[in-house]
Design a protein around this ligand. Structure first.
Ligand SMILES: C[S@@+](CC[C@H](N)C(=O)[O-])C[C@H]1O[C@@H](n2cnc3c(N)ncnc32)[C@H](O)[C@@H]1O
Length: 223
C-alpha cells in the first residue's frame, strides 16, 4: 500500500493488490465532497431534514467518506448512524499518516478520525455525540444485511473492470433492499452498464456532473 498525494493536496492510497488507486488523482477530498457529501448527504438531508440519518458505505478504505460525514453531521448537528463494509482493511500504520484533517485545516477532527480507525470491527461505537459508527469486516457480495435499514448509500467499490463481482445485479438488488423507499445510492461510476444494472435492480437513475476530472456520476433512487 502506497500513499499518494492528489492534486488538492490530500492523500490517497495505491493498492498493489488491485493495481488501483482509492480516489481520483484530481483530489481525494474534492471527489469525496462532491460525490458523497454534496450529491448524497446534502441532497438527501435538504429533502429530509429531520431524524437520524442512516448511511451505509461500500468500501471503508481510508475512512475519508466517514470523516467528511462526521464533520457534516457535526456542523448540521444531525444524528448519523454510519455503517461500512471492508474486506481488506488498511493497516493502522498507513492510516495514521493520512493528512485529511490537516488539509481540511480542522485538527479538532483528528481524534475522532483516529477513533474511527481504531474502533473494533463488527461492533457499534459512539465516536462523537451525534456520530455512531460500525465497520463490518466482510465481503459485500456474500454479507447478509438487514432490509429497509438505510436512507443513503455511498457505493465506493473499485471500478467494475477491476472488481466486476461488486457491480452485479444481485449486489445492486441487495443495495436496493437495504434502502428505505425513496432512499438514494450515490456512486462516482457512471458507466452505461452500471446504469443498466441499477435500473434492473429497481432504481431510477439521475446523471449528475462528476467531480473535476470526471464528466458524470450517478445518483440512484429506490422507487
Ligand atoms: C475505492 S476504495 C474505497 C475508498 C474509500 N471509500 C475511501 O474513502 O478511502 C474500494 C474499497 O473496497 C474494498 N473492497 C474490495 N473488495 C471488497 C469486498 N468484497 N467487500 C467489501 N469491500 C471490498 C477495498 O479494500 C477498498 O478499500
Amino acid at each position: 500500500m502506497q500513499i499518494i498525494t492528489t492534486k488538492d493536496g490530500s492523500h490517497t492510497l495505491f493498492s498493489e493488490q488491485f493495481n488501483e488507486i482509492y480516489h481520483s488523482t484530481h483530489g481525494a477530498i474534492q471527489e469525496s465532497m462532491h460525490v458523497a457529501i454534496e450529491s448524497g448527504y446534502r441532497f438527501f438531508s435538504s429533502q429530509n431534514p429531520d431524524g437520524v440519518l442512516r448511511i451505509f458505505e461500500v468500501g471503508f478504505g481510508t475512512g475519508l467518506n466517514a470523516l467528511l460525514t462526521l464533520i457534516e453531521a457535526s456542523k448540521q448537528n444531525r444524528k448519523v448512524d454510519y455503517e461500512t463494509i471492508e474486506l481488506y482493511p488498511v493497516s493502522t500504520d498507513v492510516l495514521k499518516e493520512l493528512n485529511y484533517t490537516a488539509i481540511l485545516e480542522n485538527e479538532k477532527y483528528r481524534p475522532p478520525f483516529h477513533s474511527i480507525h481504531l474502533s473494533t470491527w463488527n461492533e457499534e461505537h459512539q465516536i462523537t455525540p451525534n456520530f455512531n459508527f460500525k465497520k463490518i469486516k466482510a465481503s459485500l457480495p456474500v454479507q447478509q444485511l438487514s432490509n429497509n435499514n438505510f436512507q443513503l448509500i455511498y457505493f465506493d467499490a473499485f471500478a467494475p473492470q477491476i472488481q466486476p463481482e461488486m457491480w452485479t445485479v444481485d449486489v445492486m438488488r441487495k443495495m436496493n433492499d437495504i434502502l428505505v423507499p425513496g432512499g438514494i445510492l450515490v456512486t462516482y461510476c457512471s458507466k452505461v452498464a452500471v446504469q443498466k444494472t441499477l435500473k434492473e435492480a429497481g432504481f431510477s437513475i439521475e446523471k449528475l456532473p462528476g467531480p473535476p476530472g470526471k464528466r458524470e456520476m450517478l445518483r440512484a433512487i429506490k422507487l
